[in-house]
Design a protein around this ligand. Structure first.
Ligand code: ADP
Length: 359
């Protein structure tokens, strides 16, 4: 049985705004689930409904098999780590971490043992006597996480916990959060707008847009089997290229290239006369013919060296796209150029932006 279940959950705010539509999800014990999507898509609202900080307008929340809609935040056995870590400035790291247990009247000895264990996991052992102002942003965030994980709860809820850190600290903390999860095995729900955080941390990702779940899957599933244009474009960096054209005689024309789609979609005649999106990822192209691939002529407009890889900004007729190649293969700009898209890496979507079913 799932540890936490959301069943047809909706959120309609008092002003009438319908922020979350029919959210369905089962989370297993120990899973690390990430809600990802652009700002305003309903991630925090969903998390806050799980935490008990927002009412559930309709639908049901089950925690450990029990209906939790009417339970207060404390009765739900959840702990939340917020975006702003809100430590008590006048308390030491030790007291900040211990705070929840002190309130509960837990024995001093037990508190000390648990604080030390948590501080060990978080690398804070040498900082227990310090005040928050004498810590770096990353260390403060670890204290905030420590304050949550010291309570033995069923689910940890994290709302953009890294958003106040600089880029370098974010990478370090991301790694640490993954380590903490490995050591504690705690069921975790984590909200972020950052697809890299989602991809690196999650066992499963829930992609949201405009209050609707777009797709739920492992990072691999979302990357290799996106169900719609939104997910395909949101997961992956740079985003997937989409070239849109009408199917004529089973082909689409992109610039000077005519691509016979029968090779990737045997029932292409079903889509005759319709507009389709021809999708491929920048990193899936090849500069020599790998066989079973589309050959595409384009023009190189600009290149961007990133180190190991280079992004090539191209135009194909009127359309624009990006290729990501090994920097050793960087072409000159303002030249005509040929690349190959292996058939297995072609994604076709219909005019409603849904992936075509396999033929
Ligand atoms: P996210 O976490 O994905 O950025 P939120 O869950 O915070 O998005 O918000 C989802 C939508 O609900 C947004 O359009 C936001 O403006 C709206 N919203 C959030 N809180 C309220 C509120 N208290 N009243 C009305 N609308 C709200």
């Amino acid at each position: 049985m799932a540890y936490l279940t959301l069943s047809n959950v909706n959120k309609i705010y008092p002003n009438g705004y319908h922020a979350v539509h029919n959210f369905n999800l089962d989370i297993e014990k120990g899973e690390f689930v990430v809600f990802v999507g652009p700002s305003g898509c309903g991630k925090s609202t969903t998390l806050r409904m799980i935490a008990g900080l927002e009412d559930i307008s309709s639908g049901e929340l089950l925690i450990n098999g029990k209906r939790a809609n009417e339970l207060g935040p404390r009765e739900r056995e959840v702990a939340m780590v917020f975006q702003s870590y809100a430590l008590y400035p006048q308390m030491t790291v030790y007291d900040n971490i211990a705070f929840g247990l002190t309130l509960q009247g837990v024995d001093e000895d037990v508190i000390e043992e648990r604080v030390k264990r948590v501080a060990g996991i978080l690398g804070l052992t040498d900082y227990l006597d310090r005040l928050p102002r004498a810590l770096s942003g990353g260390q403060r965030q670890r204290v905030a996480i420590g304050r949550a994980i010291i309570r033995k709860v069923g689910v940890f809820l994290m709302d953009e916990p890294l958003s106040n850190l600089d880029a370098k600290q974010r990478v370090t903390m991301r790694y640490e959060i993954a380590q903490i999860h490995r050591e504690t095995g705690a069921t975790t729900i984590y909200v972020t707008h950052d697809q890299t955080e989602a991809m690196t941390l999650a066992d499963r990702i829930v992609v949201m847009k405009d209050g609707y779940v777009q797709q739920i899957g492992t990072p691999r599933e979302l990357y290799f089997e996106p169900e719609n244009v939104f997910v395909a474009g949101f997961i992956g960096e740079p985003p997937m290229n989409f070239l849109r054209d009408r199917v004529e005689n089973g082909r689409i024309r992109i610039g000077e290239n005519e691509l016979d789609l029968k090779q990737v979609q045997p029932d292409i005649e079903k889509y005759e006369g319709q507009e389709l999106f021809f999708g491929f990822r920048p990193e899936h192209v090849s500069l020599t013919d790998p066989g079973d691939a589309y050959e595409i002529r384009c023009r190189v407009e600009l290149t961007e060296m990133l180190g190991e890889n280079t992004n090539i900004y191209i135009t194909i007729g009127e359309k624009q796209a990006i290729l990501k190649v090994d920097s050793h293969d960087t072409p000159e700009t303002d030249i005509d150029f040929t690349f190959y898209v292996p058939h297995k890496y072609v994604y076709l979507f219909d005019a409603d932006e849904k992936r075509l079913p396999k033929a």
